[in-house]
Design a protein around this ligand. Structure first.
Ligand code: ZN
Length: 190
């Protein structure tokens, strides 16, 4: 699956939005990738998960689990885990910090991939990596359907993404859209 194939799927699903958005990283941007619209078709989600799993397995082919931050990453972890035939977990916020809940467990020495739908700053991926290492697990690689940092943020582990885009995102105080008087909206709030 090429980058063009992946972006075509996003366009067909109406998942590549234009406007003025407040991203979950806190940054503002004129574009937003609403992965839920692509992943709402299970056969597409399965295909994307298999493609991402193949790239992650090319980095290290012996994972024990796949984990993602909730909510956006849950379906991605599920589909990558399906393809890799391992457990799919997710971490959730509790008092502001990501943690394993629902009885999910990572044993010391277990190895896994950390995945997300879209990487913007890498903040959620880093936080999820911390959840793994605090449990004594090992992060083999970090993957995302889309990497919108242009591939630049350094996570300290090998990276894989189905599409790498360089979409600018700005702190509110430097946002050119805010300067025109427009207000950023939180995507998915409608
Ligand atoms: Zn703005």
């Amino acid at each position: 699956m090429t980058q063009e194939d992946v972006l075509q799927l996003f366009k067909e699903s109406g998942a590549l939005l234009q406007g003025h958005f407040l991203l979950s990283s806190g940054l503002h941007s004129d574009r937003y990738l609403q992965c839920a619209l692509v992943l709402q078709r299970p056969e597409v989600a399965e295909k994307l998960g298999a493609a991402l799993a193949a790239r992650l397995r090319a980095i290290d082919d012996d994972p024990d689990f796949v984990i993602a931050p909730a909510l956006g990453g849950i379906l991605v972890a599920h589909e990558v885990a399906r393809a890799a035939r391992v457990r799919g977990l997710f971490a959730e916020r509790r008092d502001g910090a990501l943690a394993l809940r629902r009885g999910f467990c990572i044993q010391p020495g277990e190895r896994g991939y950390v995945v997300e739908d879209v990487i913007t700053t890498g903040g959620s991926t880093k936080e999820t990596m911390d959840v793994v290492t605090r449990a004594g697990g090992i992060v083999l690689a970090a993957g995302s359907l889309i990497d919108r940092t242009g591939g630049v943020s350094d996570l300290g582990v090998p990276r894989a993404a189905l599409a790498v885009l360089d979409i600018p995102a700005y702190p509110a105080e430097d946002c050119p859209l805010c300067r025109t008087g427009s207000r950023a909206v939180k995507p998915g709030s409608r």
